[in-house]
Write a new protein. Structure first.
Length: 518
């Protein structure tokens, strides 16, 4: 996993402003001039009924395609799978049932999170790094889930009365740009969007209190410590007072008031205290995020020095996570010896855990964990070559069949070891249940290309591009696949059908944008 150092100060979503508005020529008249009532409906009102859940999901899909197209998501299957599995405990509660959710990390060091239309929830890596407990992280996710279940975004979009789903998606992207990075608001104003930004941002105060209440219920039902929400928001409030000009991003996008804090504290007093120990997955995922938050050469060196110094001084509370951080950083620095030494320390501490506790299992080298196995594979590649990495990856993939990160790594190892046919068989078996995973299609494209199956390679590339909303590129790839000489009749018919589907999608989207519909 790599982090672009520039992303620390500039959210990718903020960078989408020009793409969403300038390129599409969308700059609707300011809301103030339209006389739109900006008051949120009360809890229970049907304020979002004009904006159906299906339309909301469609708008969310459009926004996510734009973000994927710009590679604005954190490209780390391991961390993303952890986030979604962790969040599943929250979304399975009664307060969140009936909604579809997808969580993703944004590589940004600011402390922030946000909800998009259709149940998409983004979490900045800076928020993950700064959480002081798993319950704190859960409290933020529960709060954002509350925004989704109460349909706050749908209410805002209904109030805007936009006639086009694409215009709505562009407007939301612009609002998120300002919310993720206030500097982006300057660009918005220059496009005549300033009044709309202020209006959308002004929606949130009533919605925040509502999301607090729903989020606390979700926390309680999922078995987390509800005091984690209070602890997190109190800490943010204190930080805002100390550093008013540089308040945490989450505080700017989710305005805190004394009344909100008091309301949460009163609710916590009514709850029975429930202790929740941090899981091993949280400890390792957070350690990885913290290790790579600044992926520059200087950033990695500084982070490693600080962790190693604290380990020597004995001032580290979680030695297993600290040594794992060192192993991750050392491997990123291509320091094989240093990474191996740190892994040895990790294994010593894992050995003290019982198999089955915290998703650990017995492996060839003793008790292990999928995060640790992933490091071992990359270390084998660095020290012993592709065959050793492939053997380690095969063993890990068998041990952890539900790990998408290890499945991808095994396929990569097969390609590195020049065994594309085995890679094809493995990927095609997973592709049946993972058609929406872009990485599967990218690996399949590389595999087919290595096998000389040009038509299939173009077809797989088209599917990867389609998941990003790159309709023209996908259409071009399918046209190339159709002209390839190695497709049989059945495959060629599939390409023709898919080509017609994507052309229809592209024309509909162009029509919504007011474009030529070519």
């Amino acid at each position: 996993m790599t982090y672009d150092s520039n992303m620390k100060r500039k959210s990718v979503i903020a960078g989408m402003l020009a793409l969403a508005l300038v390129a599409q020529g969308l700059a609707p008249a300011p809301l103030a001039a339209q006389g739109v009532n900006l008051n949120l409906p009360r809890l229970g009102d049907a304020g979002g009924d004009d904006f159906s859940p299906a339309m909301e999901r469609r708008v969310g899909d459009s926004i996510m395609r734009e973000i994927r197209r710009e590679r604005g998501l954190l490209d780390d299957p391991e961390l993303n799978q952890y986030l979604n599995q962790f969040a599943a405990r929250l979304t399975s509660t009664s307060a969140a049932t009936g909604y579809s959710f997808e969580f993703f990390f944004v590589p940004d060091s600011s402390m922030n999170a946000f909800a998009l239309p259709g149940g998409y929830i983004g979490v900045h890596t800076g928020l993950m790094a700064s959480a002081q407990s798993e319950s704190e992280l859960a409290s933020v996710l529960a709060h954002e889930i509350g925004h989704v279940t109460q349909r706050h975004i749908a209410r805002m979009l209904t109030a805007q009365r936009q006639s086009s789903a694409w215009q709505i998606a562009s407007l939301v992207l612009a609002a998120l740009a300002a919310r993720s990075n206030p500097q982006a608001a300057i660009g918005a104003i220059s496009l005549g969007m300033g009044a709309q930004q202020d209006a959308l941002l002004g929606f949130s105060r009533d919605a925040e209190r509502e999301a607090d209440r729903v989020g606390m219920q979700i926390l309680r039902d999922a078995g987390f410590d509800v005091t984690g929400m209070v602890a997190f928001f109190v800490r943010l409030q204190q930080a805002g007072r100390l550093y008013e000009s540089q308040a945490p991003a989450y505080m700017r996008t989710h305005p805190l008031t004394t009344e909100r804090i008091a309301d949460m504290q009163n609710r916590v007093r009514e709850e029975r205290y429930r202790q929740h120990a941090d899981s091993l997955e949280f400890r390792l995922a957070q350690a990885k995020v913290r290790a790579l938050l600044d992926g520059s050469v200087d950033g990695l060196r500084t982070a490693r020095q600080q962790i190693e110094r604290r380990l020597r001084e004995g001032s580290v509370g979680d030695e297993l996570a600290a040594w794992y951080s060192v192993a991750v950083i050392a491997l990123t620095q291509r320091d094989a010896a240093g990474s191996q030494r740190a892994l040895n320390e990790v294994n010593k501490r894992l050995a003290q855990m019982k198999p089955g506790a915290g998703s650990v299992s017995s492996g060839a080298t003793g008790v292990t964990h999928p995060f640790v196995d992933r490091l071992v594979i990359d270390l084998r590649l660095l020290t012993s070559g592709p065959t050793a990495a492939r053997v380690a990856a095969e063993s890990a993939a068998q041990r952890w069949p539900n790990s998408a990160a290890l499945a991808y790594r095994y396929a990569e190892a097969l390609l590195e070891d020049k065994q594309p046919e085995l890679a094809r068989q493995f990927l095609e078996s997973r592709q049946q249940t993972s058609r929406s995973e872009m990485r599967i299609w990218e690996l399949l494209a590389n595999t087919y290309s290595a096998l000389g199956k040009n038509g299939a390679a173009h077809q797989a590339t088209a599917e990867a591009l389609a998941l990003q909303g790159g309709w023209l590129g996908a259409i071009e790839q399918l046209q190339l696949a159709r002209r390839a000489t190695d497709l049989d009749f059945f495959s060629a018919s599939q390409v023709d059908a898919r080509l017609r589907d994507l052309q229809a999608v592209y024309q509909r989207e162009q029509s919504e944008k007011g474009g030529p519909g070519r």
